[in-house]
Every structure is written in structure tokens, then in C-alpha cells.
Ligand binder design. Structure first.
Ligand code: PBG
Length: 345
């Protein structure tokens, strides 16, 4: 009944009579009036996406001569460390302004120490990228799963990731990345207190102006499957003891509120499409720039369905990015960023 619709003062003028029937509103109110032409639709479009909003995740591997295609992510390859300069220039020339850098390490150990060495892969890759294209924003994924031999995001004790021991190492890794030239530090380990520990570490080392992009509401998601192959971080077990349960919304909100209180400069929701509700709730509860990560599994679903002829890739990508914007995201991490830069949106 219309009464229920009219009862919602949010969508109706206060003067609307409760006894009005649909026919009293229609045909004077016609929603289709503003959809008649492309120009009109452009004028009333509520959200837009530009290259200023997109960040491309890249995988940089040491000890390889040629790019290694990732089978589970068609179109994505691991970049050989030695090609990174050339590749980052090409990425920048295509129009991508920011990258999230992941190292694919051949020197893994129990604690991931390569990540905080000044001559380790992460530091070398950041430096190489910044030297080749100083204007490209380099964001350093700050975590240990790419650098530990067990694949967990920190130091293990009795088979479990030791939160506080890992904090010390995260701060070291962050300082190392900042020294190598990283523009933004992006902690993704989901340790409690990681933003505060990294902020303190950066400030003590003089990097008071280096922002922290917190992977704040990060879920223990099956959508990371292809990434683990891409980054070469196979894992026995799971990350349920530190990442958020996909069934929990309030808990994810608390994570972001805490990261903001610890000094995060950006908040992030990850994965994207299955968690639009979280994105929109955080948008309502924070004034910080909000980032969403369209993760490897989301990319793979679109790619494989498009390859099978079931979906129109370009239109589906556009729709997903529009949905992120509508839900409240400012920035979007997506493996499609380079395609969009090349082909338009
Ligand atoms: C590292 C990290 C992961 C992703 C980004 N950073 C993997 C994980 O948490 O298991 C996933 C990205 C993707 O799936 O595209 N902690």
C-alpha cells in the first residue's frame, strides 16, 4: 500500500497526504523524465570515477628474468625486479597515478626479516620504482605473509601469530619502506595496535609526514585465493585468528574506528563487493578518506566470466566501481586500473 511508502518522511515531502494513491502522484511525477538522453543522464549521475581514484596493485618478484603470468588472474603477471623501472614508467605513461607494491620474496624465513632489511626485496623495489617514476605514488603493502616461510602475517608462537612481537617488526618494516622512498605505508597484517605502532616508529625515525593507509576492516575472505598464488604466499591453516569474520559487521566497524583513533590517515574495506554495507557504514561514521580493495577473487570472477562470454567485462567493471563510489569509497584498489587507464572508463 502507498501508505507505507508515504509514511517514510525521508523520501516524501512532509505535506504528502497519507491517503494519496499512486495515481495521484503518477503521472505528474515521472522518474523516467531524467533518463531520456545521454546528456541528461550524465547531468544527474550522482557519482563518477576518474584515474585520481584508482590504485593498481603490482607484484614484484626477485630472481626471475621474464614476467610470470598468474594463471588464476588472467592479464596479471609478476614483474621481474630488474624490469620494474621500465614497467613502472609504462604504467605511469598509461595514466595510472598510484601503485600498491607487493614483493614476491625468495628469501623467506620464520619472521620475514627480509622485509625490514635496507637491501631486502621490498626496499629495493620501492627505491627502483621511485627512481624510475618519482611522480608515481608508491604505497607499500606492509605485512609479513609475503616474507615468512609459513605464510602467516607475523611471528609465530605456539602455532599462533604473536600480536605484540609482530608489531615491533611491522614498525621496522614501515620505517624501512619509508627510508626506501615509499609515499604511503599500508599495514595489512590485522594485528591489534598496528597503526599506533607504525605511527610511533615512523615518527621516531623522522617520517612524521608519511601517511598510513590502514587495511582497517579486512575480512578473513576466500576471495583472496588467487592473490596467494600471485604473491607466492601459500598458507597452511587460515587467518581467522586475526582477520574479521565475514559474518560480522559491527566488529568490522570497530576495527575502523580503532584504526582511526590510532592515527590512520585512510581507512580501508577489503574485499569490496561482498562488503558494501560495511563501506557505507564506515562512510557514515568517519570523515577520513575511505579506500576499498576489489581483491583478486573479485577480479578473477569478472575475468573468467567475461572470457566465457557470460559477462561484458568493461561494463561490469564500470558497474562495480560505480557501486563502490555509491557506497562511499573515495579510492579503489583494483587490478583493472591499468586497463581503465588505457581504454577509458
Ligand atoms: C597481505 C595481503 C593479502 C591481500 C592483500 N594483502 C592476502 C591475505 O590477507 O591473505 C589480498 C589481496 C587480493 O586478494 O587481491 N596480508
Amino acid at each position: 500500500m502507498l501508505q507505507e511508502v508515504a509514511g517514510s518522511t525521508m523520501f516524501h515531502p512532509a505535506s504528502l497526504d497519507e491517503d494519496l494513491m499512486p495515481s495521484d502522484i503518477f503521472p505528474s511525477v515521472r522518474m523516467r523524465r531524467l533518463r531520456q538522453t545521454p546528456v541528461l543522464r550524465d547531468l544527474v549521475r550522482e557519482n563518477s570515477v576518474t584515474m585520481n581514484d584508482l590504485i593498481l596493485p603490482i607484484f614484484v618478484e626477485e630472481g626471475i628474468d621474464a614476467p610470470v603470468p598468474i594463471d588464476s588472474m588472467p592479464g596479471v603477471s609478476r614483474i621481474p625486479e630488474l624490469n620494474l623501472g621500465k614497467e613502472i614508467k609504462a604504467i605511469a605513461a598509461d595514466g595510472v597515478k598510484a601503485v600498491m607494491l607487493f614483493g614476491v620474496s625468495h628469501k623467506k624465513d620464520a619472521i620475514g626479516s627480509d622485509a625490514w632489511k635496507s637491501d631486502g626485496l621490498l626496499a629495493r623495489a620501492i627505491k627502483r620504482a621511485k627512481d624510475a617514476s618519482p611522480s608515481t605514488l608508491v604505497i607499500a603493502d606492509t605485512c609479513f605473509c609475503e616474507y615468512t616461510d609459513h605464510g602467516h602475517c607475523g611471528v609465530l608462537r605456539h602455532g599462533c601469530v604473536d600480536n605484540d612481537a609482530t608489531l615491533v617488526n611491522l614498525a621496522r618494516q614501515a620505517v624501512n619502506s619509508a627510508q626506501a622512498g615509499a609515499d604511503i605505508i599500508a599495514p595489512s597484517a590485522m594485528m591489534d595496535g598496528q597503526v599506533a605502532a607504525i605511527r610511533e616508529g615512523l615518527d621516531d625515525a623522522g617520517f612524521v609526514d608519511t601517511p598510513i593507509m590502514a587495511y582497517s576492516s579486512k575480512f578473513a575472505s576466500a576471495f583472496y585465493g588467487p592473490f596467494r598464488a600471485a604473491a607466492g604466499c601459500g598458507l597452511t591453516g587460515d587467518r581467522k585468528a586475526y582477520q574479521v569474520d565475514p559474518f560480522n559487521g559491527r566488529e568490522a566497524l570497530r576495527e575502523s574506528i580503532m584504526d582511526e583513533a590510532e592515527g590512520a590517515d585512510f581507512l580501508m574495506v577489503k574485499p569490496g563487493l561482498p562488503y558494501l554495507d560495511i563501506l557505507s557504514k564506515i562512510r557514515e561514521n568517519s570523515l577520513l578518506p575511505l579506500v576499498v580493495y576489489q581483491v583478486s577473487g573479485e577480479y578473477a570472477m569478472i575475468k573468467f566470466a567475461s572470457q566465457a562470454g557470460a559477462l561484458d567485462e568493461k561494463r561490469v567493471v564500470r558497474e562495480t566501481l560505480g557501486a563502490f563510489k555509491r557506497a562511499g569509497a573515495d579510492l579503489i584498489l583494483t587490478y583493472f586500473a591499468r586497463d581503465i587507464a588505457r581504454q577509458g572508463f
